[in-house]
Design a protein around this ligand. Sequence first.
Ligand SMILES: NC(=O)c1ccc[n+]([C@@H]2O[C@H](COP(=O)([O-])OP(=O)(O)OC[C@H]3O[C@@H](n4cnc5c(N)ncnc54)[C@H](OP(=O)(O)O)[C@@H]3O)[C@@H](O)[C@H]2O)c1
Length: 233
Amino acid sequence: MAPDASPQPGDPVPTVGILGGTGRQGRGLAYRLAVAGRTVLLGSRREEHARDRAARLMAMPRVTGTIRGTSNAHAACAALVIAALPYPAHADTLGALRDQLAGATLIDCTNPIRRTAAGIGLISVPAGSAAEEAAAVLPGTLVAAALHHVSSASLINPANATLTGTVPVYSDHPDAVEAACTLIRHLGGLQPYRAGPLRDARDAESRAPALITAALAPGHRQARTDPPRDRTS
Ligand SMILES: NC(=O)c1ccc[n+]([C@@H]2O[C@H](COP(=O)([O-])OP(=O)(O)OC[C@H]3O[C@@H](n4cnc5c(N)ncnc54)[C@H](OP(=O)(O)O)[C@@H]3O)[C@@H](O)[C@H]2O)c1
């Protein structure tokens, strides 16, 4: 039986659905949210795979919330949904979930990048950014972009009791900005800031290749964050 996507009694804040939740970023975010006591629907194309991933996360230290493995379609029924998808799967996956995501807030952390023999490169997005593409594909959804540079390795490492750094949030919708900021505060030490309209997510996405390349350099093991740059308040 599919788990209930609606808020559960005792949930401090709404359930969070994660599309592509079985991946590195999805699992890292789910772990931190569960440490904060939140309920997470870990979405996947394969429910059995998601249930296995969720069970492993639930066995990790300091988890007080709940992580349930499910389909992407069911995770998309939550009021607050994170897109943690590889860019090549991004638009098609979101488009197929348009009905489920109608009325929801979507936080998109997708970087339009690809690995090549020469390193990590940026994919040119006709809409300007993956975030703007999400907004175009999902006209009935409040889209915010954030978490592009928060590394999954830092999120999933239980030895990192507290994360540090600031996280820009981009959106054209004040309610989506607030929802993203609250979620980021629940990740355990990260501070959100209002970085501008959704089109400014182009800045964050375009910096991903260089930041990831630096993060993969020998000896670098810290969370990727950005300097404060609050343009909307
Ligand atoms: N990793 C990081 O540290 C990090 C940091 C910041 C931002 N991001 C961004 O977050 C996004 C996800 O990154 P990731 O490293 O977590 O990626 P990933 O592990 O490669 O993939 C995430 C999940 O996407 C699903 N997926 C893969 N191919 C798909 C397809 N063709 N169609 C539908 N679903 C597919 C898979 O889930 P199922 O097989 O279970 O469906 C997979 O577990 C990327 O856009 C990345 O730029 C990543």
